[in-house]
Write a protein that binds this ligand. Structure first.
Ligand SMILES: [Zn+2]
Length: 310
């Protein structure tokens, strides 16, 4: 059969390179299952400092066994290798753009836009489902969660939400994003999820094990592999409030990820730089802190706290 434009036989694994004009190619692995079935695309490292997903995908590139699969896997374990190697948070260092904000791309655009164009045209046509592995960045702390899309058709959104319920992450957050890898995938008809685990520029064996389990849960949900994963109690977030810095300066958070807050609780204090103007941020409703910025220094527009209402 043909996957991503490459001939591949049942039971076979192939390492391929997605050529990017005037740049290094994107590495990908194709796993063609021994039997027919659905095709799952897995991407990691769109943001180069979100290490749990990157290390998980790196290991999966060696451990996934097509002989045990009904269906196929397309794995892009390190999409933004330049950002990973440079330790550049959130951006593709060559053009300074956030790759998860430039979909759909264009073949003659900046590097990020060329990459997004090629991912869409090489991977999306072959995928029945897509998961994009992320985490909090090196300046953030985050409680494990999954973003499920609102940008697709009702059927595609529902398919993604049903799969999200098979995961082990506690919080299910409906996304309003439209220009990210997974949110563009759903607009192209591919049900997709963005899974967030780990943060703070670190990773652990336990987090990689949990992330790997979530990938296996999705593969089991899609019937690509056998698996018996008991459901985990989850919370569906109906509304998320994203607070951003009104000005640059010093940021003093007063919450931790996963903490429940009540309306009126102090979330943190922003002190402007170079003047000393103070802004105290209070919760406008009861909710749970999904992630927050740990960095002391923030720019205007940087995210500070995201909290969700159940
Ligand atoms: Zn990310």
């Amino acid at each position: 059969m043909i996957i991503c434009g490459h001939q591949i036989e049942h039971g076979e694994k192939k390492r391929i390179a997605i050529a990017v004009p005037d740049a290094n190619p994107i590495e990908a692995f194709l796993f063609c299952g021994a039997k027919e079935g659905r095709t799952l695309a897995i991407t990691a490292g769109v943001h180069g400092c979100e290490y749990v997903g990157i290390e998980t995908a790196h290991r999966l590139s060696e451990s996934l066994d097509p002989a045990l699969m009904r269906g196929n896997v397309i794995l892009l374990p390190l999409v933004n290798a330049g950002g990973f190697l440079a330790g550049a948070k959130q951006v593709v260092p060559e053009d300074g753009a956030n790759l998860n904000r430039v979909f759909p791309g264009e073949i003659n655009g900046t590097l990020s836009r060329r990459m997004s164009y090629l991912i869409e045209h090489t991977v999306f046509p072959y995928a029945d489902f897509l998961i994009d592995l992320h985490g909090g960045d090196c300046n953030e702390s985050l409680f494990p969660l999954v973003f499920h899309p609102g940008a697709g058709s009702p059927a595609v959104n529902a398919c993604a939400l049903e799969a999200a319920r098979s995961l082990s992450v506690r919080y299910l957050v409906r996304s309003t994003s439209k220009n990210g890898l997974y949110s563009w995938a759903v607009q192209r008809g591919v049900p997709a999820l963005l899974i967030e685990r780990g943060s703070g520029g670190s990773w652990s064996e336990e987090e990689v094990a949990r992330c790997t389990e979530d990938v296996m849960r999705i593969m089991s949900h899609l019937d690509i592999i056998d698996g018996d994963y008991p459901p985990v109690e989850q919370v569906e977030i109906s509304l998320t409030t994203y607070l951003e810095a009104e000005f640059g300066g010093f940021w003093y958070p007063e919450v931790t990820a996963g903490q429940h807050v009540r309306k009126g609780d102090l979330l943190g204090t922003l002190r402007a730089y170079p003047n000393r103007q103070l802004l105290r941020l209070y919760a406008q409703s009861d909710g749970v802190v999904l992630y927050y910025t740990t960095a002391l220094g923030v720019r205007t527009g940087d995210p500070l706290v995201a909290y969700g209402i159940q």
